[in-house]
Structures are given as structure tokens and as C-alpha cells.
Design a protein around this ligand. Structure first.
Ligand code: CA
Ligand code: CA
Length: 253
């Protein structure tokens, strides 16, 4: 121990003091917005951007990381191509070190998911035609391994699609002709399926009525004991024992 009285000076002794600037040197800091999700078979890229408050050069490494992950030693960019065998959650520690030996650690987790497949639209639009003033509907159905599907539409007039994929439209007179429709189905991972189709709009219904064969079934037997068979030219007309229904006008021809 050395005691220095007032007015005395001491030279030639090393007390281990360091310049203030070196004592105050600080560790690098991360400006990180974590990318905590990766997909198997797809490149994971993450640039956490670290800076040093003293503008010291910074170097990076990964003391904890899953197999295959690498970091650029001076840029700090992390790249990884996770395999299907790595689906799950992995611990990572990124270390930034300035040239004075000051260290900062950024611990985080990455969850590797199965790759996101686009939805598949499984329904077929109705052939049409649509008719002015009558509602036209098409239930869009789609399959996706992840769910969370949303439906979108590009069309005309009052075409609409609801949250369950029900397309509806009531054409107006100005819609007569052929109208183009694009329906999109998007999953939670932003993968998208498209279905485009045309709808022909008629001013009035063009559906033909089915032929009416109802009368034949309504006839009743006057002589249930006789056979119904009536093939051959002799029986071109209705058998005599086959009468029209009560209260109905029969017509043979
Ligand atoms: Ca520093
Ligand atoms: Ca999907």
C-alpha cells in the first residue's frame, strides 16, 4: 500500500490504470426482429443486424445451433436449409463480439414446419347459364393441409363470395352475355389457388321443361283380372280396360 500526502508526488509506479475510453468500451447490440419460423426444404435467411456503439468491428459465431446452420463471420447473416428430419423446435445462440472482446448474446428458438402446400380447389363451377334476376350460386370447396382458408373474388356487378366460399350473384339486365370470374383461395401461409371460369347470362330462363309423362302413371285398371301387356299393332290404342283417372279427361292419341 502506498500513501501519498498532500503536496507529494509519486512517479514510476504502475497502478494498472487504463484510459477512460477503453474502460467505457461497450459490447455490440442487436437490432433484431426474430424470424422464428422455418420450413423444411426451404432456405432460412435471417439478418439480425448488430452494431457496436463504439463503431468497433464486430464478428459473429453460433455457440448453439442446429446441424447445418451457419453464420457469416462479419455480416452476421444466418442461413440454414433445414431438412424434413429437423421439423420441430431448435435452440440457437448468436454471439457478437467486438475487437475489444466485449460480447453480446442473442438466444432464440426456431421452429421448423413442414412446407406449406398451396390449397387445392376441389369444386367445379356450375355450367350455367345464369339468368337475369335469378340468384346464381357456386359453393367453392378447397383442401389444404393447414386450413385457415380465405376466399377472394374478382368479378363484376354484385358478385360476392362469403367466408365459407359461397359464391353468389344475381345478374342484372346489363350482365347479359359472358362474364369472367376469378376466385382465389388463400391459406394462412399466403399460398394461393386460383379458379377462373366464365358465366353466360341469359335474359330469361333457357332451361327446357322435361316432357310430361305423368298421365300414363295415373291410369287405373277397370279389369284388374286382365293382363296389362298391349304390344303389337292391334293394341296401338289404349286397352279398353285401362281407364283414365276419375275426374280426368282421357286422351288416347
Ligand atoms: Ca465496442
Ligand atoms: Ca397450405
Amino acid at each position: 500500500m502506498v500513501t501519498v500526502a498532500a503536496g507529494e508526488t509519486l512517479v514510476g509506479r504502475d497502478f494498472g490504470s487504463k484510459p477512460l475510453s477503453m474502460m467505457a468500451n461497450r459490447a455490440p447490440t442487436f437490432n433484431a426482429t426474430l424470424r422464428s419460423t422455418a420450413f423444411a426444404g426451404a432456405l432460412y435467411y435471417y439478418d439480425p443486424t448488430a452494431s457496436d456503439p463504439d463503431n468497433d468491428p464486430v464478428s459473429f459465431d453460433l455457440p448453439v445451433h442446429p446441424v447445418g446452420m451457419a453464420v457469416h463471420p462479419t455480416l452476421g447473416v444466418i442461413v440454414w436449409d433445414p431438412t424434413f428430419g429437423q421439423i420441430g423446435t431448435h435452440d440457437v445462440v448468436l454471439r457478437a463480439r467486438d475487437d475489444k472482446g466485449n460480447v453480446s448474446l442473442l438466444p432464440f428458438q426456431i421452429t421448423v414446419k413442414a412446407p406449406n402446400a398451396a390449397p387445392v380447389i376441389t369444386s367445379t363451377p356450375p355450367a350455367g347459364p345464369a339468368t337475369v334476376g335469378l340468384p346464381f350460386r357456386y359453393q367453392v370447396t378447397a383442401q389444404d393441409e393447414g386450413g385457415g382458408l380465405t376466399y377472394g373474388l374478382t368479378g363484376v356487378g354484385n358478385m360476392a363470395i362469403d367466408g365459407n366460399g359461397l359464391f353468389s350473384w344475381t345478374p342484372v339486365a346489363g350482365d347479359v352475355g359472358t362474364r369472367h370470374v376469378v376466385i382465389t383461395v388463400t391459406d394462412a401461409g399466403a399460398a394461393r389457388a386460383l379458379r377462373t371460369f366464365d358465366i353466360t347470362v341469359a335474359a330469361t330462363s333457357t332451361k327446357r321443361r322435361a316432357p310430361d309423362h305423368g298421365h300414363a302413371a295415373n291410369f287405373r285398371l277397370a279389369r284388374p283380372d286382365l293382363p296389362l301387356s298391349c304390344s303389337g299393332p292391334r293394341h296401338k290404342r289404349r286397352p279398353a280396360h285401362l281407364l283414365p283417372p276419375r275426374g280426368a279427361r282421357g286422351h288416347d292419341d
